[in-house]
Design a protein around this ligand. Structure first.
Ligand code: FES
Length: 213
């Protein structure tokens, strides 16, 4: 666990500016290699920096608007009830990293209308898989208790051509008042195209966003 003497990292952002990450120690690339951080590290979320994942001020030149946009998916949890476990899913914050259908391909079937089958695999497998979801879009309920926050050390990972994957209860202070689905883990847009800013909504999959400028 984090020592009490250390400051807990936090993220602050304003609607049209960079992400400001305070007191972060663990910042890694998609392969887990450490990336440099400062006491306050500015990260790009407009998608246009030439120094990704860091901010180089381009958002001001291009008139970046980081507000929510019309046409996004409903920001609510849909419940898929099974005999032993209920799976919750919020499509508005899914980053489509694919860990669900790789982990439990009989349960998570993206091509189906009712795409989650909570009785199609043992409960233990489903729990393992849900806990791999980086965005917090997936959660589960057993009996009357919802589970959506896990136990992990604070860190941010830069997904390849995708969002920032935040873990470990890093507080998000957003002047639009957004709250992550899980306070413990969530994914933040860095392509500039999400309709549900500041969260990733998987728009990077279709708008051609790439890390290389
Ligand atoms: S990085 Fe996923 S929508 Fe922007």
């Amino acid at each position: 666990m984090m020592s009490r003497s250390k400051k807990r990292p936090r993220i602050t952002l304003t609607q049209n500016g960079a992400l400001k990450v305070h007191d972060l120690e663990t910042f890694v690339d998609a392969e887990g290699r450490p990336l440099p951080v400062k006491p306050v590290t500015l990260l790009c979320r407009c998608g246009a920096s030439r120094n990704k994942p860091y901010c180089d001020g381009t958002h001001a030149k291009i008139g970046f608007n980081g507000g929510k946009k019309p046409g996004g998916k409903p920001d609510r949890v849909v419940e898929y009830k099974g005999k032993e476990i209920t799976i919750g899913d919020n499509r508005a914050v899914c980053s489509r990293d694919g860990s669900c259908y790789r982990g439990s391909p009989t349960v998570f079937i993206p091509s189906k209308f009712k795409w989650i089958k909570p009785d199609a695999a043992p409960k233990e497998e489903i729990i393992r898989t849900v806990r791999q979801c980086p965005s917090g879009s997936l959660s589960y309920r057993i009996g009357g208790v919802w589970y959506k926050d896990w136990d992990s050390e604070p860190m941010i990972k830069v997904a390849k051509n995708g969002p920032l994957e935040v873990k470990g209860f890093i507080e998000l202070e957003d002047d639009m008042g957004s709250r992550p689905e899980s306070a413990e883990h969530y994914t933040l847009c860095r392509c500039g195209g999400s309709k549900n800013m500041p969260f990733c909504d998987a728009s990077h999959k279709t708008n051609g966003f790439e890390d290389e400028s």
